[in-house]
Design a protein around this ligand. Structure first.
Ligand SMILES: [Mg+2]
Length: 415
């Protein structure tokens, strides 16, 4: 592949008016969602696409001052400078070239991730094959193009709010309902109890995304108690109950026998695999956007193959990212489940009340048409590459808005 141009476009999907969410210890404001669309063009005019997401941990982005606007500049600058004019034999060659740049590690990793996915899109288009076929060749698998989705919604609300969402999403046929607790230990306990009463077949997952450290009411003993409580109630998994880097904390909680999940916040493919190797997580959540694309997720997936830790891609963002992950799920061995983030006014969900977390219209508008979802099951597109059309109108209709996408105000000014 002769790389002619590499471009990054920072886009913002406003949440207007901004939403304030109260959690134990503070308030979180949601202003917008940002996406960087990455486009790689080859000498013959073909284009490959991917999205770079915010670092999966909102807190990291907020506290370290990174923004999606600056990442688009990195793509247009150092990444384009390194790759334009290069002829790549293998997709991995791009990672080798980018690893020789002097970009800070986290930006280099994010760049390699986005470029890897866009190059798979291009390779598939060149060969006239969907990405899942290319990946299935690499893994020696037969692709399974239909996959169950679990709905990812629910963000700090009263227990009844979570229940209303779960009831709608169960009727829509989703495999599971994942929600964000953090309203205080008593409310979190009550929420689990209400949810398990309300649902029939659907699984319940908790995505704590480390919020159980944001308030003094969650000390280690309380967190352990909440994990045990949720597990006893039948929670399918409990995600990031402690800080991602706290391997000891994970190991301690794993001793309770609860099914734990984590991985999205791991900074590299190596640390992702290492988290799997600890034996503390039952579900390992790599992300093509954060762990160096399809290529970077492979060592973790190969580790999980045949073991009792299941790789479940972390997927949070646009439908373009959803489809990128769907190709991985279709081809990768022992990988079967995909995360479906539910935003307000989702064209695929007609049910009332609207179970969306907040508005993120760009998530849908970035694609022509909609993914094939029926009764909670997604069918990966079988066209060449990603098999989707990107709507380039979004470059005009979703201009980048400066400032952080989310802000935290702590009751006692702690971080
Ligand atoms: Mg998460």
């Amino acid at each position: 592949m002769d790389i002619r141009a590499v471009s990054g476009y920072a886009l913002s999907s406003p949440i207007d008016p901004p939403q304030d969410r109260r959690f134990a210890g503070g308030t979180r404001r949601l202003n917008k969602r940002d996406v960087v669309l990455v486009v790689v063009e080859t000498g013959d005019g073909a284009r490959g696409f991917s999205t770079a997401g915010a670092s999966s941990s909102a807190m990291r982005e907020y506290f370290e001052g990174d923004s999606q606007g600056t990442f688009a500049d990195v793509v247009d600058g150092a990444v384009a400078g390194a790759l334009e004019g290069e002829t790549l034999e293998a997709i991995e060659d791009a990672a080798a070239i980018l690893s020789r740049t002097d970009l800070p590690t986290h930006l280099r990793t994010e760049a390699i991730s986005a470029i890897d996915v866009a190059l798979y899109d291009l390779r598939g288009k060149e060969l006239g094959a969907p990405i899942y076929d290319l990946l299935a060749d690499e893994y020696g698998t037969d692709p399974t193009t239909e996959m169950p989705l679990y709905a990812s919604a629910g963000m700090y609300m009263e227990p009844e709010g979570y229940v209303r969402q779960a009831e709608v999403l169960e009727r829509e046929g989703f495999f599971g309902y994942k929600y964000r607790p953090g309203i205080g230990p008593a409310g979190d306990r009550e929420t689990v109890d209400h949810l398990v009463d309300a649902v029939d077949e659907m699984e319940i997952m908790l995505d704590v995304h480390t919020w159980w450290k944001a308030d003094d009411s969650y000390d280690a003993a309380v967190v352990r108690d909440l994990v045990e409580h949720a597990s006893a109630a039948g929670a399918y998994w409990i995600e990031e109950p402690v800080e991602p880097a706290d391997r000891e904390g994970y190991a301690d909680l794993a001793e309770t026998g609860a099914a734990l999940a984590g991985g999205e916040s791991e900074p590299s493919p190596e640390s992702l695999r290492e988290l799997g190797e600890t034996g503390s997580v039952d579900f390992l959540q790599g992300d093509v956007r954060h762990h160096e694309g399809y290529t970077g997720c492979r060592p973790a997936i190969e580790y999980c193959r045949g073991r009792d830790v299941e790789f479940v891609p972390h997927n949070f963002g646009t439908w373009l990212g959803l489809i990128a992950n769907a190709h991985l799920v279709a081809a990768a061995p022992d990988v079967r489940l995909l995360e479906y983030p539910v935003f307000t006014d989702d064209p695929l969900i007609e049910a009332e009340p609207d179970p969306g977390m907040y508005p993120f219209d760009l998530a849908f508008d970035i694609l022509e048409g909609a993914p094939a979802v029926e009764d909670g099951t997604l069918t990966a597109p079988d066209g060449p590459g990603l098999g989707i059309e990107v709507t380039l109108d979004v470059l005009e209709t979703y201009p980048f808005v400066d400032g952080p996408w989310t802000e935290f105000r702590y009751d006692d000014d702690r971080r």
